[in-house]
Design a protein around this ligand. Structure first.
Ligand SMILES: [Zn+2]
Length: 502
């Protein structure tokens, strides 16, 4: 397939301290109570009769501090992972230029879960997946099930995908990328069910493993992320060598670590704001994020590593297209993680709080039935797929012209996380972090990857992230102006909510 076609339809080318239970009541000395004995006025016969009861009472009193100790005032955490590498061959997603299904596995794909519980018993679950996208329908199905099974409220479950383009097609994601036959569509629906079941299973296992833990965090950096709108890909090696790369980027590698009471690293959550698109191969692979997770788990054998995709909508790992480069970038992230783990961490003290909202965003243009009928016989695979998808919507109740956009905020002691839906461009993270400081982390690709989320200026400029990427994502047209203000405004509201909650 020609470069021109690939560029048009490629999704990426364009651009506790532990407060351990001491067994003491608050304010006590921790010494066992001593039973005072004064026998001088008690007759010997009575003493004999009472002695066994007295002995029993003594034993009970001695035993009391151990039996009746209060709930330990500490954080608990558990991690789990479930393999999601497809058993059968399937079409891969991400690039519209692929012309045949996957032909093997180079690296396994995983769903991973981190369950946390604050000292008052409030629980949260972070689910990450080596997938290109996740849909609102999948997240809703999973969170409804988790509420039913574990009483986890919607706002306390966060889902993030790594955006690896070497993962399978999932029903409902990137509906305008390619036209598929009924058999293929059946496999995408079945894989969607497998993903939902895996997320529920991983959560159940992580909750079962909840145990006393120390949670801490820190931030390091890695510099392989390049703003792809501002630097032509072919020029990047030269521009890097000349220190002339331009455009906004976020090189932070935030690291959230979970250690056991024995100080073993049990879990590492780490994030990076960059498209997970080093590779365009035909084998399943987690790309640089998969390599980083494997490397961290190799260096810390008791740990599960969870990669969280940041706001890397307009950012690429450059140069790219070699497995060796994905491995190199993975090692760079693992090194950043180890640098943080080697320093004193900021300890999570304080409560877990969560908030979730959907705001309404609109689409600016609606194609007519006539336009779609022309496009359905269009020249490119992407054009045909987009028109086919929208015609199907038109015939089944109409093309939705608004979209419920998800925003989530978590508070972990002094640290806050904001999780934004879609392929959020880096400008969102930079703006929110600039306002709130280093104790805020901003994630993209969370809960629903429905489209690119351009900043207001990128929306006006257009190009791939501002306009034409709506085709592979199967949306009727660009977003209505004003989305950046709405998203940032609601993110601020939710942050205030989680910080104000007692
Ligand atoms: Zn993308």
């Amino acid at each position: 397939m020609s470069r021109f076609i690939r560029d048009r339809i490629d999704l990426t080318e364009h651009p506790m301290i532990l407060h351990c239970g001491t067994g003491r009541w608050p304010g006590s000395t921790g010494q066992r109570p001593v039973l005072q004995r004064n026998n001088s006025f008690v007759p010997a016969s009575w003493r004999q009769a009472v002695a066994p009861a007295l002995l029993l009472l003594t034993l009970v009193l001695f035993a009391l501090p151990a039996v009746a100790q209060p709930q330990a005032r500490e954080w608990r955490a558990g991690v789990a992972r479930v393999k999601i590498t497809p058993e059968k061959t399937m079409w891969m997603t991400g690039y519209g230029s692929r012309d045949h299904p996957a032909d093997g596995t180079l690296q396994n794909l995983w769903v991973k879960a981190l369950a946390i519980e604050d000292p008052s018993g409030r629980r949260g679950v972070l689910l990450t997946a080596d997938l290109c996208g996740v849909t609102r329908e999948i997240t809703n199905q999973v969170t409804t099930e988790l509420d039913k099974r574990h009483r986890l409220p919607r706002e306390s479950v966060m889902v993030n995908v790594s955006h690896t383009h070497c993962s399978p097609f999932v029903e409902g994601f990137a509906s305008g990328l390619r036209v598929f036959n009924a058999e293929d569509k059946k496999s995408f629906a079945a894989y969607r069910k497998q993903i939902e079941a895996s997320m529920v299973q991983a959560t159940g296992e992580a909750l079962q493993k909840l145990a006393a833990a120390t949670l801490g965090w820190g931030v390091d950096s890695a510099d392989f992320a390049v703003n792809r709108r501002n630097n032509p890909e072919k020029d990047v090696p030269r521009l890097r060598a000349e220190d002339k790369l331009v455009g906004p980027v976020d090189h932070d590698v935030p690291v959230f670590a979970i250690r056991s009471t024995g100080n073993d690293v049990l879990g590492v959550v780490f994030a990076y704001a960059c498209h997970n698109t080093t590779l365009s191969i035909y084998q399943w692979h987690g790309d640089y994020a998969g390599c980083a997770q494997e490397e961290i788990e190799r260096r810390h054998p008791k740990a599960v590593a969870l990669f969280v995709a940041g706001c890397g909508g307009n950012i690429n790992p450059l140069p790219r297209r070699e497995v060796a480069l994905a491995e190199k970038y993975g090692r760079q992230l693992a090194d950043a993680v180890d640098k943080v783990l080697g320093r004193p961490l900021e300890t999570v003290r304080g409560p877990f709080r969560s908030a979730f909202a959907e705001i309404t965003l609109g689409f600016a243009a609606q194609p007519t039935a006539q336009q779609l009928k022309v496009a359905v016989a269009g020249k490119t695979e992407g054009e045909r797929a987009w028109a086919t998808h929208l015609l199907s919507q038109l015939e089944n109740g109409g093309i939705p012209m608004t979209y419920p956009y998800p925003i989530q905020a978590w508070r972990l002691g002094e640290l806050s996380w904001v999780a934004l839906g879609g392929e959020t461009v880096v400008d969102y993270a930079l703006r929110l972090k600039n306002e709130a400081g280093p104790k805020l982390w901003v994630f993209g690709y969370s809960n629903d990857v429905m489209a690119y989320i351009p900043s207001e200026s990128i929306l006006v400029e257009g190009g791939y992230e501002g306009k034409t990427s709506m085709i592979p994502h199967g949306k009727p047209g660009p977003w209505v102006a004003g989305l950046e203000g709405k998203i940032v405004g609601k993110a601020r509201d939710l942050l205030q909510q989680v910080r104000a909650k007692p």
